[in-house]
Design a protein around this ligand. Structure first.
Ligand code: RP5
Length: 161
């Protein structure tokens, strides 16, 4: 079997955000692939990616897009592989356009929608790792360790800066 996580994005310009998902997966030792797949500019590529996702062994797809962000929802329409959507922050509408485009899916075709921007992309990596960890004890341990380290890094009292 090949990689289990696909990170797709609508444009090269989304990579600055989506690399946060890739970095998180790298940190947790989860192999992944990255592709530019645009719902509007490369619809055939989107179709092929969704159509072959199950057979290629993908178990989670992280999809980031901005503006009229149709990529995550269209991918969810094409494959039963769970899709985690990342709304990329936009200049015109601060990413609220992306958020609503990804979030408001019709009944039957869900997208697990993250927060707008870099935090959402990082959380998408964590969410994907959590899904894979259900069947992977070593990854589950790495994720538990990561979470414990984050908690341990938070001071109990604020300091003057
Ligand atoms: C969307 O349009 C992409 O996901 C990107 O967030 C946005 C702008 O794309 P570019 O014009 O920067 O290529 O499809």
């Amino acid at each position: 079997m090949g990689v289990k996580v696909g990170i797709i994005m609508g444009s090269q310009s989304d990579w600055a955000t989506m690399r946060e998902a890739a970095a998180m997966l790298d940190e947790l030792g989860v192999e992944h692939e990255t592709r530019i797949v645009s719902a509007h500019r490369t619809p055939d590529r989107l179709w092929d990616y969704g159509k072959t996702a199950v057979d290629r062994g993908l178990q989670v797809i992280i999809a980031g897009a901005g503006g009229a962000a149709h990529l995550p929802g269209m991918m969810a329409s094409k494959t039963r592989v769970p899709v985690i959507g990342v709304p990329v922050q936009t200049r015109a509408l601060s990413g609220v356009d992306s958020l609503y485009s990804i979030l408001q899916m019709p009944r039957g075709f869900p997208v697990a929608t993250m927060a707008i921007g870099a935090a959402g992309a990082a959380n998408a990596g964590l969410m994907a790792a959590g899904i894979l960890a259900l069947q992977d004890a070593a990854l589950a341990q790495r994720l538990d360790d990561w979470r414990a380290a984050l908690s341990a890094s938070i001071p109990e009292e604020p300091i003057d800066d």
